[in-house]
Design a protein around this ligand. Sequence first.
Ligand code: ZN
Length: 482
Amino acid sequence: MEKSSRRNNKNSFVRKIGNLVGVSNVTWVVVAFIIVFMAFIYEALLVPKISLDGESVIFLNYKQKYVEDGFRASFLGNDITSSVKVSGKVDSYKLGTYIIDYFVKHGLFSKKVIRKVIVEDQSAPNIKLASVGDIYVCPGKEYKEEEFQAFDNYDGDITDKVSVERTKNSIVYRVTDSFGNKKEVRRNIFYKDKEKPNLVLEGSEVAYSFVGEEYRDNGYSALDNCDGDITKKVKITGNVNKEKAGEYILTYSVSDNNDNVAKVERKVIVSERGRNGTIYLTFDDGPKEGTTNVILDILKEEGIKATFFVTNGGPDYLIKRIYDEGHTVALHTASHNYATVYSSVDAYFNDLLSVQDRVKRVTGYESKIIRFPGGSSNTISRKYQEGIMSILTTDVLKRGFRYYDWNLSSGDAERGNHSAEEIKNNVISRLSKDRVNMVLMHDIKVHTRDSLKDIIHYGKENGYTFEAITMDTEMIMQRVNN
Ligand code: ZN
């Protein structure tokens, strides 16, 4: 009753006003319609429009750079984007809500829209452990708590908030930052030794011994992470036949209490011990027409065998002659170019194998007797690769080569002009009966060719013997300097 009477009151109030200005109810409906229609026209046609690209509410991670997604404005179909004024700033280094205003004015009418940017900490903290993955503890030993740290992008160091839950077989680290982001790291604990022992050889991986002499091992040690020093458990298989020159492989192996096995090998090279008073004439850098052929003639005439460290230069037929006449064809690298052969270990072997191929192609013989350009003690290689001689001198032996330096230089390749007389004197004055004489000469030199006969005669008359290098010959090695 009350409601309808109030409506009646209201209706009568409208009617009274209507009566005052002289309009009917129907007219009121028309007026209302016109107002709505005008509002529609205003909104649809007269007010500029702004539309935002992207979301109108953006959640931004702490410290993440705010990037405007873009917007467009138009009026009656015309683009007025360039008239839009954007205000408001986002400081992503401060958590909070930021408002960006987009405002455009056109004629009498204007439009404003907003975008809300909420800067919050969305990143979970990070737990940093001293080691990652499952934990292996030596059997019978206690797990020792590792160090850990927790960092959050917003809170900073929250290590003190980390909870550690430990059972016998697992450990869980949990932490929550002030924004409620959680991090959990779970690890299993196994009571098992997973690491193999550390088996180390004393001395080089390549050892030397001599025919008729007992091989003496340089020794070894084995340390295990759980069992400690287990050197006594090391077993050696393979043996060295001291009666026969050659190569022998010794295998050292050791097993810890969890059956983790470590294995290493050592190559033992057994050579004939060089006899004192022996002369090895060695000729490098050839062959060469005009010198090598004459040197071969002299050697034949004197009934003496020598060794030629050849390159890829000179004619094939001289290589064939060296071989056919019973001398040793040895390898000095194909290019003899320091910059090439000492640029890397691979480059050296490529070059070496190239000359080995040449010799094999010409003679059918696979030579494994080598001399490094400049000798193993050279320092020029340092210019191209630091430490390369230390690697090469071991690697060539591991690959089955033998390398020979010299202990007597004829000086025939040194700078300046040399006479045959000078070369002869250099050699004979340095010969000794108390050692092996590994004589460095170059068969590409005329003065060397011309000194040879006298050197041989001196040697023969003074009780020296001449020999060519074989795989059983004791290696003459200089000190490695690079
Ligand atoms: Zn040389």
